[in-house]
Design a protein around this ligand. Structure first.
Ligand code: BTN
Length: 316
């Protein structure tokens, strides 16, 4: 971190005189003044009081790899971290990195995506500075047929993390949308590579609408999407949320590798808004009653038969 910022961070809410700063940092008064102006251009806010000094009054809301890594306590997930101001899609970057042998845990983050990808060929709106748009690389040694487990696991980790951090009562809509009061707050897109029926790698793409204002959503999403800030009434620190998510994700991922899908299934069912309701899904209609061992949604038809439905969309 910049030494001037470190100095302000060590003396929160205090005015520091130009003379004191120049003495502590061993630089001239005019160098201090230039640095402060440069930081102002980056979005930092300084209160300047004549004959008293400067106080750091605001920081730009920009993700910083060094400060994320300083907070992160995971064993693997989130390292290495690749942070970009802008990408077409973090999923595309993840695929590029995978072709170059990226290791498990690698995280690709972008402040903005210009061609964010959603499920079923849709696009994903990803404006700058207000969301978390990321792709996490995983390399579990599991059969290809178990890939849906990872989608459900990611939804559980994200839902639990949001509830813990914000007290917002997020729920999971099958298979992996996160809803708050019926509006979508987050989406998950898994892209897999396989070899001889085994998963070689997964790029888990996660989009979280963190601090978007209502006007930030395009017209067609106005009544369907919301953000954590809109739902909770206050902005959420994106770095704190990201770190909490990676820690929660690692917890569930390690549990899954040790104990299999059963514990994830139980928690997913408890957090789901899709169960014990009539659904129209995968060409059938009936009551959604739970998940099977593969992660398929079990739907009880009106004739009493129960059928498993693999990932598709539940009609509204
Ligand atoms: C959906 O609900 O349709 C899934 C949306 C997934 C969006 C995320 S944002 C980060 C990652 N990069 C992408 O291009 N898409 C995923």
């Amino acid at each position: 971190m910049n030494r001037l910022l470190e100095l302000f961070a060590s003396r929160p809410d205090q005015y520091l005189s130009g003379e004191e700063i120049s003495r502590t940092l061993g630089v001239s008064r005019s160098a201090v003044w230039k640095q402060i102006n440069r930081l102002r251009e980056e979005g930092y806010v300084f209160d300047a009081v004549p004959r008293v000094g400067y106080k750091l009054a605001g920081k730009p809301d920009k993700l910083q790899a060094s400060s994320i890594l300083a907070k992160l306590k995971t064993n693997k997930l989130g390292r290495p971290l690749f942070l970009f101001d802008q990408l077409d899609s973090t999923q595309n970057e993840a695929q590029r990195r995978l072709s170059e042998g990226a290791e498990e845990g690698s995280l690709i983050l972008a402040e903005e995506q210009t061609a964010g990808k959603g499920r079923l060929g849709r696009s994903w709106h990803s404006p700058p500075g207000k969301g978390l748009w990321m792709s996490l690389i995983l390399k579990p040694d599991i059969p290809f047929a178990s890939a849906p487990h990872l989608t459900l696991l990611t939804a559980v980790a994200l839902c639990r993390c949001i509830r813990r951090l914000t007290k917002i009562e997020a729920l999971i809509k099958w298979p992996n949308d996160l809803l708050v009061a019926g509006k979508k707050i987050s989406g998950i897109l898994l892209e897999t590579r396989l070899e001889e029926e085994r998963l070689v790698s997964v790029a888990a793409g996660i989009g979280i609408c963190v601090n978007l204002e209502q006007a930030d959503f395009p017209a067609e999403l106005q009544d369907k999407a919301t953000s954590l800030m809109l739902a909770g009434g206050e902005p959420v620190d994106r770095e704190v949320l990201l770190v909490a998510f990676l820690e929660e994700m690692e917890h569930w991922y390690e549990l899954y590798l040790r104990e299999g899908f059963a514990p994830i299934r139980t928690v997913w069912e408890a957090l789901s808004t899709s169960l014990q309701r009539r659904v129209a899904v995968g060409g059938v209609e009936g009551m959604a009653v739970g998940l099977n061992e593969q992660g398929a949604l079990l739907v009880r038809l009106d004739d009493g038969r129960t059928v498993p439905i693999f990932s598709s969309n539940i009609a509204e």
